[in-house]
Design a binder for this molecule. Structure first.
Ligand code: FAD
Length: 476
């Protein structure tokens, strides 16, 4: 129960820190309050690996975003078997009088070291993005931006960290933190008290409460809601790039987002809310998203929408808070990780390790760090010939469970072997239940497989952890 470092929160930030620390000879514990990793902010976002534009060169997040993007393109996607697609981004203007604003974004981006930025005119747009509406006059082309599945990014980092020796405890909400006089912390979670010399706070929306619990009430998190609307896969080729308008003060604006799984997405809104659990979508949000998007692409219609969700950005001022808290020695906060936190996470992790080292943690590389993770098989991503070969080797890959998204029984079993223990955990890893029928056809099949693999009674199966059981035992 004694660790060198405890990490609070298994979202993208905590997962990236865990993997980075697993390179060294250290005992590391990753604590997560939910039933599985990636059930916080990291599950509800746009999945964009931003290039770094639309950030001030004087911000920490600007530099971390550019470095996170580089790490993804050059190392992480290949090492962790992730389906990162570098589709590029366009920031469009409706009036040529706004060209100086695009020039400024270009200049700031170049100051941050972003390569390949170019202004493109209406003729270029007509050739390369023919569905854009007539109001769009010009754009900034940003070739290094791309897309990824946000949850599969978290799961890949966690799996690889665990393979390299990190202990993961889920359903372990941190409820008490006490400082040890000689240095370090007692951390109470899930009915157990752990001790650690260092505590990394990556608790997303709750990072302010955790920092206060550890003795450093130094900031407040305000949730900023973003509503997103997913379109039917038949609109997959609506755009070749991620399309942005000019940014506003609060956000990067309402976007047309390609996703790595095919369904395009539109959104997100950006409105501050009081409640850290307010994940409701609204009529006003839908109207705002549709009107923003249809100005850029008039063919998008309300009837294209098949699903929707909201996410809450953990905002603590304009920039990320990544620092050692001198008032609570041993505590490193990685907080206020609003957008572009998904992109920046690998670079945040390196920065957190540097801070831990600066404050006395010895970082001695392991003789054997397993940097590679085998990519899970996903039928929907495979060319027909490869899918055929896979099914010849193991016929369970030909037993299709989710027909909307083409997910086989074997993929569901693989997901469970990789750690899924809830229906949402299976959905996020495989896409089963994520299609047009929302699990109407496949949920009972998946539950049967879960029973077989996990050995749970059917009444213990949940959607996302305790309190979301699907079948009630009336005898109790
Ligand atoms: C609508 C929207 C769109 C976005 N789009 C993008 C994008 O396209 N690209 C991009 O780069 N970024 C994007 N972001 C930002 C990105 O999603 C976040 O920056 C990132 O997910 C934050 O990750 P995190 O790990 O810090 O927080 P989280 O994912 O919330 O992780 C924190 C974890 O801590 C756990 N936790 C909390 N309290 C405790 C406790 N007491 N004990 C134990 N565990 C605890 C939580 O359950 C959670 O799992 C977007 C955000 C939103 C809301």
């Amino acid at each position: 129960m004694t660790y060198d470092v405890i990490i609070a929160g298994a979202g993208i930030t905590g997962a990236a820190v865990a993997r980075e620390l697993s390179r060294y000879k250290l005992k590391v514990l990753l604590l997560e309050k939910e039933a599985e990793p990636a059930f916080g902010v990291s599950k509800s976002n746009s999945g964009i690996i931003h290039a770094g534009t639309q950030n001030s060169p004087s911000s920490v997040k600007g530099w971390l975003c550019v470095e996170g993007n580089r790490l993804m393109r050059e190392e992480i996607a290949a090492d962790l078997g992730l389906n990162f697609v570098q589709c590029g981004q366009l920031i469009v203007v409706f009036d040529l009088a706004d060209l100086p604003e695009l020039e400024k974004i270009k200049k700031d981006g170049e100051a941050l070291g972003i390569k390949g930025l170019a202004l493109v005119d209406r003729a270029w747009l007509e050739k390369n993005e023919p569905n854009l509406g007539p109001e769009v006059k010009a754009a900034l082309h940003v070739p290094t931006a791309g897309i990824i599945s946000p949850y599969r990014f978290v799961y890949a980092l966690v799996e690889n960290a665990v393979k390299n020796g990190v202990d993961l405890k889920t359903s372990s909400r941190i409820v008490g933190i006490n400082r040890i006089e000689k240095g370090g912390f007692y951390v109470e979670a899930g009915g157990t008290v752990y001790t650690a010399r260092f505590l990394v706070n990556a608790a997303g929306l709750y990072a302010d409460e955790l920092s206060a619990l550890a003795g450093a009430p130094t900031f407040k998190i305000t949730p900023r809601k973003g509503e997103e609307y997913l379109l039917d896969k038949k609109r997959e080729h609506i755009a070749s790039h991620i399309i942005f308008p000019l940014p506003s003060k609060a956000s990067k604006g309402i976007l047309i987002i390609k996703t790595s799984d095919g369904n395009p997405m539109i959104g997100p809104t950006a409105h501050d809310v009081d409640d850290k659990a307010d994940l409701a979508t609204t009529d006003e949000g839908l109207a705002e998203v549709l009107s923003g998007v249809r100005r850029m692409m008039p063919s998008v219609s309300k009837s294209d929408i098949i699903a929707y969700f909201a996410g809450l950005r953990p905002v603590a001022g304009k920039d990320f808070i990544i620092r050692h808290e001198d008032s609570a020695p041993g505590l490193v906060n990685a907080a206020g990780i609003q957008s572009p936190g998904l992109t920046s996470a690998p670079a945040i992790a390196v920065m957190v390790c540097d801070l831990l080292k600066k404050h006395g943690l010895k970082l001695e590389p392991k003789a054997e760090f397993h940097k590679l993770r085998q990519r899970p098989a996903h039928l929907f991503q495979l060319p027909l010939e490869e899918a055929r070969k896979l099914i010849e080797k193991n016929s369970a890959y030909g037993d299709v469970v989710c027909r909307c998204e083409l997910v086989s029984a074997q993929e569901v079993r693989d997901a469970i072997k990789r750690g899924a223990s809830t229906l949402d955990g299976i959905k996020f890893r495989t896409r089963a239940q994520a299609g047009r029928c929302h699990g109407g056809f496949c949920t009972t099949r998946i539950m049967k497989i879960m029973q077989e693999e996990l050995g749970f009674p059917v009444t213990a199966l949940t959607k996302r952890g305790p309190g979301s059981e699907l079948i009630k035992d009336e005898r109790k």
